[in-house]
Structure formats: C-alpha cells, structure tokens
Design a protein around this ligand. Structure first.
Ligand SMILES: [Zn+2]
Length: 645
C-alpha cells in the first residue's frame, strides 16, 4: 500500500462507510474522525481473510450469477429513473417487478404512510429465521450525470441522479434477497427472506416509521450495504438526530409608517438562532446543531409576519439529543417572548444512533474478505479519469477489504439506527467509485451507471446472500447476534424519536396520493365495484397486493401477539350509514385513515371526499375510534399502509 493509499484508506473508512444515510447530512470533522479511526483500527483491526472463508461464499456466488441479469437490470433501471425521495414510485416498481418475477410476494405497498415504500417476502417451510434486506432507491437533486468520466448531463435530460449510489445499493440488497431464496430452495432450509423497500432515505427515511410501526418485530437479522470509496465494515456509531421546524408568527405592518404596529417574526427567528449559538459552548463536543432559514420575510418595507427555521440537532445518544431538544425548545419560547411573536416548535422526524452488532459485523466481514473487489482495467481507467477530473490522487478503485473498524463515533446519522435498536443489524461499505471520491457527487452517479456499478451490485448481492444463508442455517450466528443486541440494550427500551402522532412524512407529492375510490378498490377486489379503478397511476397491482397482504400479515407473530389482517371493514358497496371501523387492528399498522365519501345523493363519481387520520389503540385488538367525519353518509376505514403507489 502506498503512502497516499494509506492516507486515503484511513480517511476513506469513515468517509465511505459512514456515507450511509447521507441524506441525513453526514458531515465529519476530519481531525476528530481520523484520530478516532487511528485508535480504532489500530486496536480492533482484524486482518482480512484470516478466518477460513464460509462455504456459502461459493454457493452465494453461483446464486448471484444465476440472477445476474436481473440484479444488473435493477441497478441500471433505477439509475435511469433517478427519482427523488418520496417520489421514487417507478424505482419501487422496478424492485417489486424483480422480486415478483423471482417468486416473492408483495406484502405491502405504500407502507407506513410512504407511497413509495413496500414490503416483499418469500417463505419456505414452517418457522425458521426471518432475514431482512433493506434496499434504498432514491436519487439526489442536481446530481444527474452521463455514465462518462466527466461532469456532463445525462442523455435523458434528468437533472437528478444517483449521487449516493442507491441504484446499486438497492440492486445489491434486493439481489441478495433473491439469491438467498435460491440457496434456501436448493437446500430446503426453512425461513423467510423479507425485503423492505426503504423509501426516502435521503429525506425522512421510511425505516424509522417501519420500526415505529412494529414491522421488524419478528425479524432475526437485518442486513444492508452502502456505496463507499473503500470495502470496509465496523462498529461505527452514528448520531441520534432530530429534525425540527421552528415557525414564528408575528404581525405585519408598514415598516416605515407604522412599524410599532408590527411584530417581526424574523426577529424572533434571528434571536432563536442567536440563542442556539450561545448554547453551543455548554454542549458536549459530539453535539451538532445546524439550521437554515426557510422563510424570512418577503420585502424589507413589510414587517415579516412569518419566519421559519429548519433545524437539525444531533448527539451521540438519544438521551443527550433529547436534552438538547428540550433546551432548544426553551430558546424558541424565549425568542417568542422577547419579540412578542408566537413560536411553534415542530419536531417532525427523528433517528436513533446506530447500535453496532459485533457478530453481524464479523459475519459480513468474513464474506467481504473472502472475495475482495476485482475490477477490469477499463474500469480502473474510468475511476482514475473521474479522480483526475475531481483533483483527487489517481489511485483508482480499492481492491482490498480493510481490517474491521473498531468502535468509532461519527457525527452523521442514519435511519438504520432505529432498526439496530430492535433487531441485530449490520451494514458494510463497498467501492463504487475511485478511492477518496465523496458521496453525493457526479462521479458516484457516473460510475454507478456503467459496469463499475454492475459489478458492485453483484458483489454486494453475493456478500448479503452468503451472510444471510449463514444466518438461516447456523443457529449460533443468530444467537450470538441476539445476545450482543441484548447486552448492548440491557436496561434500555427503544422509544422512537418520531412523534407518536405523525402518520406520514412531510412532502408527499399530490400525484402520489390516492383517492378514496382507489383505496376502496384496493381493499375490496371482489366487491361491489367489481375491482374498477378510477385512476391508474401506479395502482396496477393494488387489488392483488391487498389480497396477498392480508394472507401474509395474518401469520402468527413470534412474540405471540395477534397478527391482524389488513382492515377491510366495509365490504361491498356504499354503506347507508356510518359504522365503526374494524375492531381488528392490523399488526403492523398504528394508524388508519378514514376516507369519508359524502355522496349527498349525487352520483358516486362526483362525491366529495374528506380524509382524516386518527390514532388507533395500542397493539392488539380493541375497538377503534369512531369516524369523526360528521355529515358523511358513508365511509370506510382503510390502513395507511395499504395505499398503493
Ligand atoms: Zn446514501
């Protein structure tokens, strides 16, 4: 290893493997993380390849080769689609298409309030472990690029692009699941392979909602990977993170004639920012606070009556971030008092810190080390050309698997954190661009759209399938992973940072919202409407999906809790009077949406609809709240998770 390569590897370990969930804004202070990495790798480093390669390495490679075309097609098609967070409908369909073709059942679409999330699974035999894979597939704005080693627009004209490599990430995860199914079928091993379509990782990642809604309750192991400049895995601990909108409401007035009549919301926001700066000195060095002004008035001669700050708070633990939140809330209230404005503090999203799971990390590392990355010379030349364009050392793509990284805290965050608190979870980094290449750059997009991206998708599918197979077939693997989780969580209980009353992320595009009519169809495929669909956008499988979803989610849970079916509470056509919604709470769903259809004697097609979302009682059965849609002559309850894309 040359000197420059060594330098890159140390930096790259963190820049790369902590690149997961960059949508949460991972930013690392070079001095801090490199010092941590020095200590961590020096002490806990484990030479790659020292342990005997697992036998499943070969069989996983064969299974991936068999599905190679499908895996590459996922990566290429999602790369081409390049859809932003919360709008990645086509990309989700690309995954579901591949999974259904491989024999997986679509259990849920529009999962947990995310129109572009899904759950798909395949089972064999009675019982057996449940292994989860976590594909992501959202792109980033303004990072569209041709698959060429220079910054140049994509031929499609799409300005958005996979600058975080989620086209490959998704292909590797879904491909790993498909390959694992093949391996289990060959050997007749019982178990379940489940794929969670992790929508919107770059914004308000769906994984947090999944965990909050209990979708991981029966999972034994969750596996994922993320593009990186290096091949590495280790005990990286991301930060807990909350996202807040702080809105100030004042009173407008003529700033020249009668300023005394106004109260400036902007001044409230400014004082809030100043208050945060004065907080900093007294916070732990690992705490992060960053914000932008989203609204700050429209013209200086109008006293601004509205101002809004978008704030992120991070700390090394959930407990610490909650202390910071409480203080920041006080600062907002104080700023409102000082300016005689109203301050509203809306904590709308939150992620836990990642809890490492050593046995799962070791498992992944064994499979990574068994076959280090290999590249064609043309691919190395492509990567070096990208590095040259970016003024990086022309070292090409990494060809080694780094020693396992020891315990290392990082400032960034990931929605994998919530999963890691409830089931054993591990994620690794694998090269998809030249060493030293930062994620969220055009070069990641460029490399991901050609054979480098293909190869990374196949390699990571092999690693994930092999590790999954070991987990399914060796009870010791899962027992060790579970014991590690239990030990790390001893005395603690997972409590989501996500507010309990939040039913869906902010910013779902209108075109992805379904009409009430569609929902009725999706729950009543053989009902009075005869499966007619008024709108077709993205709803092609809704009827079929709901049927299989009911069956799939009706399986008894391992914890012995009742596993409810999807709500289908108003079979048949329009009801003549309101009636309470189902008393059976869907297992994985905490929220239901009531879409009241108020026909008022008019033809159904012109019926006015209103939508209400209400909390459902805690887990288990019990009467659900009454519909509050007064005046409705008919209504139906449907589960939020059952809306299709
Ligand atoms: Zn990413």
């Amino acid at each position: 290893m040359t000197r420059s390569q060594k330098g890159i590897s140390r930096r790259g370990v963190l820049a790369g493997t902590t690149g997961l969930a960059t949508g949460a804004g991972l930013g690392l202070h070079p001095g801090v993380e490199i010092a941590q990495a020095e200590g961590a790798t020096g002490e806990a480093g484990e030479a790659a390849g020292t342990a005997a390669p697992p036998a499943s390495v070969q069989t996983a490679a064969a299974a991936v080769e068999r599905h190679g075309d499908a895996i590459i097609r996922i990566s290429r098609d999602v790369w081409e689609a390049a859809e932003l967070s919360l709008a990645e409908a086509q990309s989700a369909r690309i995954h579901l298409r591949a999974l259904e073709a491989a024999g997986f059942r679509t259990v849920s679409e529009g999962t947990s309030g995310y129109p572009t999330a899904f759950v798909s699974e395949w089972s064999q035999g009675a019982g057996g472990p449940v292994v989860a894979y976590l594909p992501e597939y959202d792109a980033l704005p303004a990072l569209g690029n041709a698959a060429e080693p220079r910054q140049t627009p994509a031929p499609s004209g799409n300005v958005d692009g996979h600058g975080c490599g989620h086209n490959m990430l998704g292909a590797g995860c879904t491909g790993g699941a498909i390959a694992l199914k093949t391996m289990m079928e060959r050997d007749g091993k019982p178990g379940t392979v489940r794929v969670y379509g992790c929508a919107s990782e770059e914004a308000q990642g769906a994984k947090v909602y999944f965990v909050r809604d209990g979708l991981f309750d029966d999972v034994d192991l969750a596996l994922a990977w993320h593009p990186a400049p290096v091949a590495a895995v280790g005990e990286l601990m991301t930060s807990a993170n909350v996202a807040v909108k702080v809105r100030f409401a004042g009173r407008t007035a003529h700033a020249g004639n009668t300023p005394w009549d106004g109260r400036s919301a902007l001044k409230g926001a400014e004082l809030f920012g100043v208050g945060l700066q004065f907080m900093r000195e007294h916070l732990l060095p690992t705490t992060r606070m960053h914000y932008v002004y989203e609204q700050a008035g429209v013209a200086p001669n109008i006293v601004p009556d509205v101002a809004q700050i978008w704030l992120t708070l991070r700390a090394e633990s959930v407990e610490e971030v909650q202390r910071v939140v409480a203080w920041a809330r006080d600062v907002a209230r104080g700023a409102g008092l000082m300016t005689q404005t109203e301050a509203e503090f809306d904590l709308y999203y939150g992620m836990h810190d990642i809890l490492p799971n050593t046995p799962s990390i070791d498992l992944l590392h064994r499979h990574m080390a068994a076959r280090p990355p290999q590249w064609a010379e043309a691919e190395q030349q492509f990567a070096r050309a990208c590095q040259r364009e970016m003024d990086l050392p022309e070292t090409g793509l990494a060809t080694q698997v780094l020693p396992k990284i020891g315990p290392t805290k990082v400032g960034g965050s990931s929605d994998l954190g919530d999963i890691s608190k409830v089931v054993p979870m591990a994620v690794f980094g694998w090269p998809t661009a030249g060493q030293g290449t930062s994620l969220h750059t055009w070069a990641i997009t460029a490399c991901g759209g050609m054979s480098i991206g293909d190869r990374a998708s196949l390699d990571t599918a092999r690693i994930l399938a092999g590790a999954g197979y070991d987990a399914v077939t060796d009870p010791g693997v899962l027992a060790a992973a579970k014991a590690d989780l239990d030990a790390r969580m001893a005395g603690k209980t997972y409590v989501p940072l996500l507010p309990a009353d939040r039913t869906e992320p902010i910013g779902i595009p209108d075109w992805l919202r379904k009409t009430g009519q569609d929902e009725v169809v999706s729950f009543d495929p053989a009902g009075a409407r005869g499966g007619q669909r008024r709108r077709s956008a993205g709803t092609s499988t809704s009827s079929r999906v709901s049927a299989v979803a009911s069956a799939a989610l009706r399986r008894p849970s391992r914890s012995g809790r009742p596993v409810g079916a999807r709500s289908r509470n108003s079979p048949g056509g329009m009801e003549s009077r309101p009636r309470p919604c189902s008393t059976t709470r869907p297992r994985s769903i905490r929220w239901r949406t009531c879409r009241a259809t108020v026909s008022r004697g008019r033809p159904e097609a012109s019926a006015r609809r209103r939508r209400e979302t209400v909390p459902v009682a805690p887990r288990g059965s019990g009467p659900a709240p009454a519909c509050a849609a007064s005046g409705a002559r008919a209504y139906r309850w449907t589960a939020v998770t059952a809306t299709s894309m």
